[in-house]
Design a protein around this ligand. Structure first.
Ligand SMILES: Nc1nc2c(c(=O)[nH]1)N[C@@H](CN(C=O)c1ccc(C(=O)N[C@@H](CCC(=O)O)C(=O)O)cc1)CN2
Length: 291
């Protein structure tokens, strides 16, 4: 039987509606309008599109958007100075530095300079720690979006065997922490995992976040499993142009899985929706407002 297609575009639109309602409520109760600052350094074409979409959606949900587009040659010191200014700005509740940064910039240093309470990417070590010990934290957007999509397919993930393929700080590790919070039994698999197909075959829930086009094949998937594809890979297409594919061989896996996310239109749109959600959370944290 063909899998249920989990529609990330539609679910992201639901999340944005909820954020817009939260923003209205905050304005009414505290006179507070959350503000998000996005910093783009350089000319990466995909990053430019993502930043444009972030700014547009920020305004759409009723928040303030601050965009900083800096040339490729901007020094690390200049970026750190800007972040320092944004850390101190009362109008800015969330700060996001778009990745990748140019090679001459130490990305870790820049990300760690963002105040943890304004770190809407959830990459700061303080938020990483808060997530793992179960404190109120700003949680990375892509894993948060992936968990929301998985829960649309199965509202209760408790007791499921979840295999996360990929161990990045941005997706794999926080994803594992979130699934643990949902009481899944979590395995983090990676390039050195022995018999990766065999490990994935045990999973009721597969999160593919390796960055390798269509690596996960149908015979890796347990029949009925939920498959969440975090990969966004641009590959040559038949017509001489390029197309986007995930880390999962979608057509064949959809024949075996119980539910599956497409690429595009799956996890990608959730990343920005969850960023908006995090900006509201950040504003509340800064004003001492309980959830
Ligand atoms: N500071 C950060 N940098 C980057 C992040 C991040 O979370 N924080 N993630 C990615 C890029 N990204 C958001 O910034 C992002 C990627 C993809 C999508 C998306 O909607 N994708 C669409 C396809 C879009 C296309 O056609 O290219 C989809 O999957 O349907 C949104 C946001 C790296 N940098």
């Amino acid at each position: 039987m063909a899998a249920q297609i989990i529609d990330g575009k539609a679910i992201a639109a639901d999340v944005r509606k909820e954020v817009a309602a939260d923003v209205k409520a905050l304005q009414a109760s505290h006179g507070l309008t959350p503000g998000l600052a996005v910093v783009l350094v350089g000319e990466d074409p995909a990053s430019k599109v993502y930043v444009k979409n972030k700014a547009a959606q920020t305004v759409e949900v009723g928040m303030q958007s601050f965009e900083y587009k800096l040339p490729e040659t901007t020094s690390e010191h200049e970026i750190l100075t800007l972040v320092e200014r944004l850390n101190a700005s009362p109008e800015v509740h969330g700060i996001l530095v778009q990745l990748p940064l140019p090679k001459h910039v130490n990305a870790e240093k820049v990300l760690n300079s963002i105040h943890p309470d304004k770190d809407v990417d959830g990459f700061h070590p303080t938020n990483v720690g808060r997530l793992w010990i179960g404190e109120r934290a700003l949680v990375p957007c892509t894993p948060t979006g992936s968990a929301i999509l998985a829960k649309r397919a199965a509202p209760d993930l408790k007791g499921m065997n979840a295999v996360v393929i990929g161990r990045s700080n941005i997706v794999g590790k926080p994803m594992a922490a979130l699934l643990l919070r949902e009481s899944c039994t979590v395995t983090i698999a990676h390039s050195q995992t022995k018999d990766l197909p065999g490990v994935v075959r045990e999973a009721d829930l597969v999160i593919a976040a390796v960055g390798r086009p269509e690596m996960v094949k149908a015979d890796w998937i347990k029949p009925g499993a939920i498959v969440i594809d975090v990969g966004i890979n641009r590959v040559p297409s038949e017509n001489g142009k390029t197309k986007l594919v995930g880390d999962v061989a979608y057509a064949e896996c959809a024949e075996v899985a119980g539910a599956i996310t497409p690429v595009p239109g799956g996890v990608g749109p959730m990343t920005i929706a969850c960023l908006l959600q995090n900006t509201v959370v950040a504003a509340k944290i800064q004003k001492g407002i309980k959830d």
